[in-house]
Design a protein around this ligand. Structure first.
Ligand code: MN
Length: 197
């Protein structure tokens, strides 16, 4: 008959670390928190997840040269809505919605849909830090997104429905007001953005 040996504390440690790593890969802080039930673990795991989300944002930028925010604040359950007019090589509008401590972002190649009946392509780009909502200025030549950024519209939004491939939000901005839909094309970064009747 086989007997089981209870691991010593020193042997048990790597097992705990493995569980945490697996949870980090899910990028779902609330899920981790509910699974592990430990409030001690909750905060660091959530911060880690936030950093992973902004990794692409940081990788693309040289903060010695651009005045764009580094993304040191984060967190909070706000409901920021902002659209920045970005006069880069190709003029576009960056739609940003605060979700899970970052700004979910989409680049819209044409003027955003103010009225019902206009459909716009919205290409999802890397998450941006919360502070980016206030950013206006000039990104120097040779840097990522070189050109000028100005706030085109801002306000708040209310989440009505959120699915993997569809977002319904009520936008309360200066130019955009009402219920808006973002529908994702299958397996792509491309979404369709329009105002609901
Ligand atoms: Mn942009």
């Amino acid at each position: 008959m086989k007997s089981f040996s209870i691991p010593k504390v020193s042997e048990a440690k790597p097992i705990v670390a493995t569980i945490v790593c697996c949870c980090l890969a899910t990028k779902e802080p609330s899920l981790i928190a509910s699974k592990l039930k430990g409030k001690v673990l909750h905060i660091p795991v959530e911060r880690q997840s936030l950093k992973m989300s902004l990794k692409e944002y940081s990788r693309k930028r040289n903060f010695e040269k651009t005045s764009e925010p580094k993304g040191e604040i984060g967190m909070g359950e706000g409901n920021i809505y902002v659209i920045q007019k970005h006069s880069a090589m190709h003029l576009h509008y960056d739609l940003r919605l605060e979700m899970s401590g970052v700004l979910k972002s989409w680049a819209i190649p044409k003027e955003p849909p103010i009225a019902f009946g206009i459909r716009r392509l919205a290409v999802q780009v890397e998450d941006h830090p919360i502070e980016y909502a206030n950013f206006e200025g000039r990104i120097p030549e040779g840097e990522y997104g070189a050109g000028t950024v100005e706030i085109w519209d801002r306000g708040t939004y209310r989440l009505i429905d959120k699915k993997e491939d569809k977002l319904i939000v009520e936008i309360n901005g200066g130019r955009l007001k009402g219920v808006y839909v973002l529908v994702r094309f299958k397996d792509q970064k491309n979404w369709l953005f329009f105002k609901k009747k």
